[in-house]
Design a protein. Structure first.
Length: 121
């Protein structure tokens, strides 16, 4: 028989219900980000983060990987007791500037190409 986690949410029975919804979703074996859990269970991201933090502190979930979404890095959680994935290092100022200049260069090239197409007409 599986041992239930001793989740304590003072004065909030609804919070316990929400925590168990998160647990049931993660127990299916699929990894999820906070945003995905929030969308799947129709909960706010802050409440999902709060429940995941408690589950992570109890060593019931772990960080399987880190996803890059634009300039943000977000954790991908999974049910289990494996070691957490190492967070990738943040961009240095030089790397950030290099990417920014490359993006600006691409945008300028695109605008030049679009302007050239207008002049041909």
């Amino acid at each position: 028989m599986e041992k239930k986690a001793n989740l304590k949410f003072p004065h909030r029975s609804n919070a316990q219900y929400c925590a168990y919804k998160v647990i049931d979703l993660l127990k299916n074996g699929e990894p999820f980000t906070v945003e995905e859990i929030s969308n799947e269970l129709d909960m706010t991201q802050s409440s999902v983060r709060r429940h995941l933090k408690q589950l992570w502190t109890l060593d019931l979930v772990y960080i399987k990987a880190w996803d890059k979404m634009g300039n943000n890095t977000t954790a991908v959680y999974r049910w289990g007791t494996h070691p957490d994935a190492k967070r990738p290092p943040a961009l240095t100022d030089a790397e950030y500037s290099r990417r920014h200049r490359a993006r600006l260069s691409q945008q300028k090239a695109l605008h030049r190409h679009q302007d050239a197409g207008r002049l041909d007409k």
